[in-house]
Design a protein around this ligand. Structure first.
Ligand SMILES: Cc1cc2nc3c(=O)[nH]c(=O)nc-3n(C[C@H](O)[C@H](O)[C@H](O)COP(=O)(O)OP(=O)(O)OC[C@H]3O[C@@H](n4cnc5c(N)ncnc54)[C@H](O)[C@@H]3O)c2cc1C
Ligand code: SF4
Length: 511
């Protein structure tokens, strides 16, 4: 990383630097109806900060994996801020994501920003080519700055959306999608709300983007811009997670994963200013779908993060089986094999999508859309099955175990020590800890990231099925069948010449 940034600030290097950079900011954050004084030290929020801090520490410990050489600055930068200019860059994003999933057992929150920067990079290039605008140059300046300072970017795409059957401009309340409410020579003011924003409080910048394809009538909604997280006019309302207040009870067993957690909040924007040099799309409605599709294409294979989290859950399931003395039983082994098979299927499709990347007009590489959608579609199902099998191996205690306070109490602690024992040579406390981790990942705080985020993040299941249907080339497949069945006499050369789109990428020999 470079020593000094354009703003004269020291760049962030370690996780500790990052955590310190969040202190003293004047964010308007509500939790349980009250303003949060200090988000950094709040016991419910801190685990999510630790998870992001791990992205800094990993870049120090394993720079080949978690940092990259920026084509903009020539310097080593955190991989989450790098624009992927080679196929290997795209592939290494996935490898880093799996590793961080293993290390945190949760959502480490930085991928939305990474995928937003990358999709914007190629989209702004193409808007400029079409309209002679200057978005790409502005974006490059912004990326250079955040790379140099090593900052965290939140990607704010999902609007609250109101009536899902209506376009933004058709809604009863115009604020249900973020839109421009005022224009001046210096920039624009936007209002609206973004839902489910991963790691938003833990970011330094938010990039607001449209959430869906837009029509000519939605011009004021076709706005993309970067906003400092502490900008005037932003209110954050913190999202509850299952069992979240356990982190306010003290102790380290009942929380399951004491150090790491995810974070989502609702972000409300009321007349928030975006200066011209931080606007990367304004009114080019026909490019909204390009941006959304490129973003979701990257993001749907970013969900290999779940295979890293899955590694932890499979490990926990194997560990509880060992603590219970049944690790050598055949059905237990078979269930661990099944969990691994499912988990590797997620990884395999994600990494295959990345390996099948192609350059865009901007030079940035874009991963394969079909396999990215298949990856994400697996993710909407397989973690649930892996979680079911983990609960099977855990036994009912995973949901009926008494609290850590009881275990530590004079009154009944000795009884729990005796009756919660598994194998004689394993401590009761360790058995409790593994059970709580499984609970955390399948029912508690980190089930948000492992299960429901797997379902809806980067688009609900139907969104992937639509993309798969678009790319599945059914007419071409019918031709293959008809030729072999002798229904239609076609020359094999003709079939070969019809290879295009997805199959064009599959059979491309220039890799
Ligand atoms: C934990 C978590 C973290 C997230 N992080 C981020 C983030 O950092 N940034 C970000 O921008 N977004 C984020 N998301 C948002 C995510 O992309 C959305 O949840 C997803 O796009 C689905 O939108 P929704 O939640 O509004 O669900 P809904 O749109 O309400 O969908 C509910 C159901 O209705 C169906 N449906 C909706 N609209 C239609 C329609 N018009 N026609 C037919 N069926 C329809 C859906 O297919 C689904 O089955 C996150 C989500 C989660 C759960
Ligand atoms: S859900 Fe996964 S891909 Fe999305 S931000 Fe969290 S860790 Fe990254």
């Amino acid at each position: 990383m470079t020593a000094q940034t354009a703003t004269g600030k020291q760049p962030l290097v370690s996780g500790e630097d990052y955590i310190n950079s969040l202190r003293g900011r004047k964010l308007k954050v509500y939790l349980f109806g009250e303003l949060v004084e200090d988000t950094v030290e709040h016991p419910m929020i801190r685990p999510s900060i630790n998870a992001v801090a791990e992205t800094y520490d990993l870049a120090m410990r394993e720079p080949e994996l978690a940092s990259a050489t920026s084509h903009l600055t020539g310097e080593r930068v955190n991989r989450f801020l790098n624009i992927a200019m080679t196929r290997d860059d795209v592939v290494l994003q996935n490898k880093m994501q799996r590793r961080l999933g293993q290390l945190t057992g949760t959502c480490f929150q930085r991928c939305v920003g990474m995928d937003a920067l990358n999709s914007l990079y190629s989209t702004t290039f193409e808007i400029d080519a079409n309209y002679q605008t200057d978005y790409h140059g502005r974006l490059k300046n912004f990326i250079t700055e955040v790379q140099t300072q090593n900052l965290v970017i939140g990607g704010a795409m999902t609007d609250v959306k109101g009536d899902r059957s209506l376009a933004p401009s058709m809604q009863a309340d115009p604020d249900l999608f973020v839109h421009v409410v005022e224009r001046t020579d210096a920039g624009v003011y936007v209002s609206g709300a973004k839902a489910h924003q991963t790691g938003c409080l833990n970011s330094h910048w938010l990039i607001v983007m449209p959430t869906m394809r837009l029509t000519e009538n939605d011009k004021e909604y076709a706005i993309v811009g970067a906003i400092p997280v502490d900008a005037e006019g932003i209110t954050y309302i913190y999202g509850r997670q299952s069992c979240d207040t356990r982190s306010m009870e003290g102790g380290s067993i009942d929380v399951g994963n004491a150090n790491f957690g995810g974070q989502e909040a609702m972000v409300i924007l009321e007349n928030v200013f975006i200066p011209n040099d931080l606007i990367f799309m304004d009114g080019e409605t026909e490019f909204a779908s390009m941006l959304v599709e490129r973003f979701t294409c990257y993001h749907r294979r970013s969900y290999v993060c779940k295979s890293g989290v899955g590694d932890v859950l499979i490990g926990a399931a194997a560990q509880i089986a060992e603590y219970n003395g049944v690790e050598n039983v055949s059905h237990i082994k078979d269930k661990l094999v099944e969990m691994t098979h499912l988990n590797e299927t997620i990884y395999a499709t994600g990494i295959a999508s990345s390996y099948q990347s192609k350059p865009t007009a901007s030079g940035a590489y874009q991963n394969d859309d079909m396999i990215a959608n298949v990856c994400k579609h697996h993710v909407t199902k397989m973690p649930y099955e892996i979680g079911r099998l983990a609960q099977d191996l855990a036994g009912g205690l995973v949901v009926t175990m008494p609290s850590e306070k009881d275990y530590r109490s004079e009154a009944v602690g000795h009884l729990l020590e005796k009756y919660l024992k598994g194998r004689a040579d394993v401590s009761t406390e360790n058995r409790m800890r593994i059970l709580r981790l499984i609970e955390n990942m399948t029912l508690g705080r980190n089930a948000v990231g492992y299960l429901t985020e797997s379902m809806h993040g980067a688009g609900s299941p139907q969104a992937q099925r639509i993309q798969i249907a678009r790319g599945m080339q059914i007419e071409f497949k019918k031709q293959l069948a008809k030729e072999l069945a002798g229904i239609e006499e076609r020359k094999r050369e003709q079939l070969t010449s019809e290879i295009s789109d997805y199959f064009g990428r599959v059979f491309d020999t220039e890799i």
